[in-house]
Design a binder for this molecule. Structure first.
Ligand SMILES: [Zn+2]
Length: 268
């Protein structure tokens, strides 16, 4: 898939989207920047997640502003608790009323009206769309989820529940921490060595003893290809959340206390 994610500002909110999906006009999607909200200090300003300890009233207002760009509201939103696990949940009609699903890092749905949400501040958010069955998935993958193959499990779940066809599926990997900034230690290297995805996981040497550079994007792209996606149908944003502090929160750059971006995906 040709092109990059593009930045746009509407109603003073800045977000990123992929024009190739927008043109088809069948799925709505976006990935927020940190610009255009009401949160202060380390959370400035468009923090959309609760985990950092920001003022809940500010988060609600930020979510209202962001979702309103698509005419959506908080009750339309379904998202996972995100525990760096591999649990994928199918969102059906009974969950359209919205809310958070415990211990869940991936969501899939065939329901129009449901807005799938996921949060990140360096981790990968993978957007999946099967145009053939018109079904979608949204996945949060940090180093652990990546090495446990959560994107593969999401594609498999879409096959099992919806008879989705990986060879026709499209994927977007939103802005995340790049190999420029992602040095990891023995915990990650050790899990990778024991992982079923060790051949897909991409590491580069680091000058620091006992460390390596982990390429989350290339690894998840490889795992999607192993799941049956065609390389030309996988769009990978090369924007690094750690390098670009004006637009992005970064857990690594901030030393843990920071805001979250939200990715949304829904069916028209
Ligand atoms: Zn970087």
């Amino acid at each position: 898939m040709k092109g990059q994610m593009r930045r746009i500002s509407r109603n003073d909110i800045t977000y990123f989207y992929f024009p190739g999906w927008e043109e088809k006009n069948r799925v709505g999607h976006g990935f927020s920047s940190r610009c255009g909200g009401v949160s202060a200090d380390k959370f400035a300003s468009l923090n959309l997640g609760y985990k950092g300890g920001d003022n809940p009233a500010a988060i609600l207002e930020n979510r209202r502003r962001f979702l309103n760009l698509w005419g959506k509201k908080e009750p339309d939103l379904v998202y996972g608790e995100q525990v760096h696990g591999t649990n994928i949940q199918m969102v059906g009609e009974k969950k359209v009323s919205g809310g958070v699903l415990p211990a869940t890092d991936g969501l899939i749905t065939a329901e129009r009206g449901v807005v799938l949400g996921a949060f990140s501040a360096d981790c990968i958010l993978a957007y999946l769309w099967d145009p053939y069955t018109h079904t979608i998935g949204l996945v949060h993958a940090g180093w652990r989820g990546t090495l446990e193959g959560i994107v593969f499990l999401a594609v498999t779940a879409m096959q099992n529940y919806f008879a989705a066809r990986p060879a026709g599926m499209q994927a977007l990997l939103a802005p995340s921490i790049g190999p420029c900034c992602y040095k990891v230690g023995r915990d990650v290297i050790g899990l990778a060595a024991a992982s079923s995805w060790r051949n897909e996981a991409i590491f580069y040497p680091s000058a620091r003893d006992g460390h390596a550079i982990f390429d989350l994007r290339a690894s998840n792209r490889n795992i999607l290809i192993a799941a049956g996606l065609v390389p030309g149908n996988i769009m990978v944003s090369t924007l690094c959340t750690c390098c670009h502090s004006h637009y992005f929160y970064s857990y690594r750059r901030a030393g843990r206390i920071t805001g979250s971006h939200m990715g949304i995906l829904f069916l028209y």
